[in-house]
Ligand binder design. Structure first.
Ligand code: ZN
Length: 331
């Protein structure tokens, strides 16, 4: 799961240079670690620019991979630079239905403004995925969710995708060991915490809805506009403001298929791996065609050279965490 944080250009540029010089001496002090955590979140977001009276920065990450999905900066080494990635409540995990606690009789989710086509969105290739945010920063105009056993309201922040190098893999979570062709994450932060950045400091800060994507022969017309827009963000750091974007509803299973889901406490699946996420993973997948999935693989990753694919983290141990299988269909 990727996180998008709003930063001004000047701040972003200065923190990048700090981070590059700080990486080799990572073990230093708690203070520098805290700085690193904040900085890497910004970098993970590809130095996500929003209108704060500053011009958009150039990303300039090419040739300076801080973390990646393979090699010496790959998942096996993330914890060396980002210690929380070595924690006991990490994501993703394999979800086995026979090993879950079953909940029923809970109030179903309410999806507010999920049926609204946003007036303006930003899509960005941050080198790790393509992230879509609504342009408005007015929390009261953004979609939010409640119910489903959650305490309080969680406001939409961004959605993004994880995918494979072919249709046999791509999802981060697995169901009974089965991996899907892709996984969509809809990231939400607790409204009480005001911002995503602040929510990252709290155990109950984030809710991420995860939707599995299976490969199909026919196109998913509801997501075609997203797929079409990918050619506008092929290169690292590219941003695109499409004329039209989909309501969030289009990313979820059909309404009658949303009442069964897995729930557990985990982490961001990318550095800095904060253990602040309530994961909600719908049991029913949606579909994209093989040719639609192939469009994601045309994007260029953070090294500026290679195609962005297999951007999923390996399965992490549950370490005794409870996984709940929730059915709100009988509420
Ligand atoms: Zn994700």
């Amino acid at each position: 799961m990727a996180v998008v944080i709003a930063v001004g250009a000047r701040e972003a540029n200065s923190v990048q240079s700090v981070l590059y010089s700080a990486v080799p001496v990572v073990a230093a002090t708690m203070a520098s670690l805290n700085v690193l955590v904040a900085l890497s979140l910004i970098l993970e977001a590809g130095v996500y620019a929003v209108p704060l009276g500053e011009p958009s920065p150039s990303v300039g990450l090419a040739g300076n991979p801080i973390w990646s999905y393979e090699g010496i900066n790959g998942p096996a080494f993330w914890h060396e630079v980002f210690p929380t990635c070595g924690g006991n409540s990490q994501s993703p995990v394999d979800l086995k239905i026979e090993n879950t606690t079953h909940w029923s009789g809970r109030r179903p989710f309410t999806f507010e403004r999920y049926d609204v086509s946003p007036p303006s969105v930003t899509m960005k290739n941050n080198g790790h995925t393509v992230v879509t945010t609504w342009t408005t920063k007015d929390m009261n105009k953004l979609p939010f969710i409640k119910g489903g056993g959650l305490e309080g309201e969680y406001v939409f922040s961004n959605f993004h995708f994880h995918w494979g190098s072919d249709d046999s893999k791509g999802s981060e979570h697995t169901f009974d060991g089965d991996r899907y062709a892709a996984e969509i994450h809809l990231v939400h932060f607790k409204k009480d915490y005001g911002t995503l950045a602040n929510a990252l400091k709290h155990k109950d800060g984030l809710v991420v809805l995860g939707v599995m994507v299976e490969a199909d022969d026919s196109d998913n017309e509801r997501l075609q506009s997203v797929v079409d827009a990918l050619e506008e963000v092929v290169e690292l750091g590219m941003e695109f403001h499409p004329d039209y974007s989909i309501p969030l509803d289009a990313l979820l299973p059909e309404e009658e298929d949303r009442h069964t889901f897995f729930r557990y406490q985990g982490s961001l699946t990318t550095p800095t791996c904060n253990e602040v996420v309530t994961w909600i993973l719908f049991q029913t997948p949606i579909s994209l065609s093989s040719s639609q999935l192939a469009q994601f693989r045309t994007l260029i990753g953070q090294d500026g050279l290679h195609h962005l694919q297999d951007n999923f983290r390996p399965i992490q141990p549950l370490n005794g965490r409870e996984v709940v299988f929730v059915d709100t269909g009988n509420y």
